[in-house]
Ligand binder design. Sequence first.
Ligand SMILES: Cc1ncc(COP(=O)(O)O)c(C=O)c1O
Length: 385
Amino acid sequence: MNISQRARQVSPFYVMELLEKARELEAQGKSIIHMEVGEPGFETPLPVKEEAVCAAKDGKTFYTHSLGIPELRSAISRHYRDLHKVDVPPERVIVTNGSSGAFVLLFAALLERGRTLAIPDPGYPCYRNIALLVDCGILSIPVTDETGYEITAAHLDRLDTFVDLLIVTNPSNPTGTVYRYGTLEKLHDRLCGLGGTLIVDEIYSELVYNTGFRSSAAISENIIVVNGFSKAYAMTGWRLGWMIVPGELVRPVQKFAQNLFISPPSLSQYAAISALDQRDAVEHMRRLYQERRDFLVPRLKSLGFSVPVNPSGAFYVYAGIERFDIDSMDFVNRALLEAGVAITPGYDFGSFGAGSHVRFSYANTLENIKEGCERLGRWLPALCK
Ligand SMILES: Cc1ncc(COP(=O)(O)O)c(C=O)c1O
């Protein structure tokens, strides 16, 4: 069998490997505190589940329009008007199979051999691995705490490669950075001036703490905004996302959507219309995440981790382990086996700073997070000996 070059290049999703190992240990009776996965521990709000049941009973079990049902596209358009004060016509909203599906469609429509995608390092790993499918150039832009982990226009000025597409994640996975609006405006100006395009992944946009959030959809109709129901609405398994694209991109994306996915999942779409109305449930979850972050960040610092920039969005802490003088892969493997705490190694997010950083997810209960920190507190002195 001839395994493709691409299959050799694609990197494992370490967080999933860690999770699988952790589950094996649990099956053997070991107790593990999960701080690796970026999945809300909350169940989907009840009214959303009820809508899905109604839709199933009403026989809404068929393929839908490839761009999403009109009611949901209109509801997303209203959501932008009400929450973000931006007018986005439903015609520019495309419903996708998770936000992951949006990246597949965008890269298929916009990238090919000879074009370049720029991504942040540290950054969300799937961008790179999805882009491998279309054979484009991939350029990692290392970001540090000096810019609060933002990619800035100065980063672009220093590049000697033309960038066709740049993705930024706002708020960021893994650093929790919420971009300054001015930074995004400048990135768009720089890229646009040269014929490139900015994609902003706003999947964590409703999970921000002590700060406001402005959607990049307001900056320009030429910016592509990707979002989804997985995180803020606790709907990871429903596999539903959306994107806002310039009008001229709708048809090219639609042709790929028809062929690759046929349609987004039907029941999920009917249910998602009501998800957007669950403001109290989303706010309740957001407050709990904030409480966990407020506990976790100082606690990690007191344990010897470095957290130079306070994360103000998403549910992650990107922490330096320089103090422990150990590679992050060894660190997380030993933390799992010796302390019973699952954490993600920096290697999931790129290569820059990968060995000296780990990511903690606080999408777990405060009680479990406290227990995880207790365990680390008992284990770390042995590691440092
Ligand atoms: C930054 C970022 N974008 C996209 C996704 C994918 O989300 P979805 O479930 O909508 O495919 C994730 C999931 O962890 C993420 O962290």
